[in-house]
Design a protein around this ligand. Structure first.
Ligand SMILES: Cc1ncc(COP(=O)(O)O)c(C=O)c1O
Length: 393
């Protein structure tokens, strides 16, 4: 056996010992509310399908229709022959939703952050090394994109515009190009960045503001527009509230053209296939009309947050459809997940490095498919004195 194989094995053993080993679980899903694992049914509180669009007939029908008409694959990258004329209509719908001059579709949110940031922070194009101010809890794909560009991230305290202001002022008079990077809704905390203050700082300091609107698009903001109004560049995904797959960048016309010429994730990857584009197109047609669904999800999440806090759980700074139950240790988060599982509810334990050490948690997400009865059942399952609490973890 090569020595490297032994090293990988040792890594896995150490992860196991520390309660950090990850594994893939086979899931059966036939609707947006429940899943089956090993024949057992669970109410699914771990899905990002916030509007329950995954099983919506409009999305399924257009995915089927476009696949029959245009085939199941796009056949090439967008710069070769994969740029089917379907893209233009979708990109103008995204630009309209995001109120930006232009939009560009890419394969996934991870790929977009990884390669768009790399392209934007290219010092040979900018003429100097950029100053990149980044919320320390930004998604792994954002940190990955920064690392790929070689730009050093100057990390500010999570959600702390005052700290960002201090860091920006430390570089006052420094002529290098400045960027600020933040998520709108943080994926593991469900809290919202202080975007109005960050936007003001960006304008004052002549910084370009890039907002990852993955967890707000479709589910928050007027008409499901998201929360990225202050941003110069919005990066987002169709894989969460919009129910399908794929990513977008909403930006200026110049930036769109620049990315077509410089963004490796777009240039060297096959274009999204027609059925996926069909689902995206139908979701974009529906999204503005889903106010009732958005209100339902917000009210379920609020009911849960109040109930969980009354039971002594730490829900952090969540104000959205994502509500963490912060358990502390990895084992406490895993055992809280198991206890909910025994009661028929599925939630994933999120552990470091996805979240900071000592803040392992269950990440619960509420969707339009959940009912008030589901929330009462979940709270009842948590109202068990034997369950681990943040105070005792
Ligand atoms: C904030 C954020 N950005 C990007 C992504 C990646 O998106 P995708 O799942 O489309 O790759 C995610 C989801 O995991 C996310 O939470």
């Amino acid at each position: 056996m090569p020595g490297s194989e032994r090293s990988y094995g040792a890594y896995l053993e150490a992860r196991e010992r520390d309660g950090l080993r990850r594994g893939l679980t086979g899931i059966e899903a036939r609707d947006a509310r429940t899943i089956r694992i090993g024949g057992e049914a669970y109410v699914n509180f771990a899905s990002n399908d916030y509007l329950a669009l995954r099983f919506h007939p409009a999305l399924i029908n257009r995915a089927e229709a476009w696949s029959e008409e245009h085939g199941v694959g796009s056949g090439a990258s967008r710069l070769v022959t994969g740029n089917l004329d379907l893209f233009a209509g979708i990109e103008s719908k995204v630009a309209a939703l995001k109120q930006k001059p232009a939009a560009l579709i890419m394969a996934s949110g991870f790929q977009a952050n990884a390669s768009v940031l790399q392209a934007l922070f290219d010092r040979s194009v900018l003429g100097a090394e950029p100053l990149v101010f980044s919320d320390r809890l930004n998604h792994a794909s954002i940190h990955f994109g920064c690392a790929a560009s070689g730009a050093r991230e100057i990390r500010y305290r999570h959600g702390d515009a005052a700290h960002l202001g201090v860091l920006l002022s430390q570089y006052q008079g420094d002529g290098r190009p400045r960027f600020i990077l933040t998520e709108s809704v943080f994926s593991m905390d469900g809290d919202v960045a202080p975007l109005a203050e960050i936007g003001r700082l960006a304008r004052e300091q002549h910084a370009m503001l890039i907002v990852d609107d993955a967890h707000a698009t479709g589910i928050l903001g007027g008409g499901g527009r998201g929360l990225s109004g202050e941003a110069d560049i919005v990066i987002g995904t169709f894989s969460k509230a919009l129910g399908g797959f794929g990513a977008y960048i909403a930006c200026s016309d110049t930036l769109r053209e620049y990315l077509i010429n410089r963004c490796t994730g777009l240039i060297y990857s096959t274009a999204l296939p027609p059925p996926v584009l069909g689902a995206i197109d139908a979701a974009l047609d529906l999204v503005r009309s889903l106010d009732a669904e958005r209100a339902h999800v917000a009210s379920l999440a609020e009911r849960f947050r109040l109930g969980a806090r009354a039971l002594g759980y730490d829900t952090g700074a969540s104000t959205t459809q994502i509500v963490p139950l912060i358990a502390g240790s990895n084992h406490a988060a895993l055992s809280l997940g198991k206890r909910l599982g025994d009661a028929g509810f599925f939630a994933t334990a999120i552990r470091p490095p996805t979240v900071p050490a000592g803040t392992a948690r269950l990440r619960l997400a509420f969707t339009a498919a959940h009912t008030e009865v589901d929330i009462e059942g979940l709270l009842n399952a948590l109202d068990d004195r034997a369950l681990p609490r943040s105070a005792t973890a």
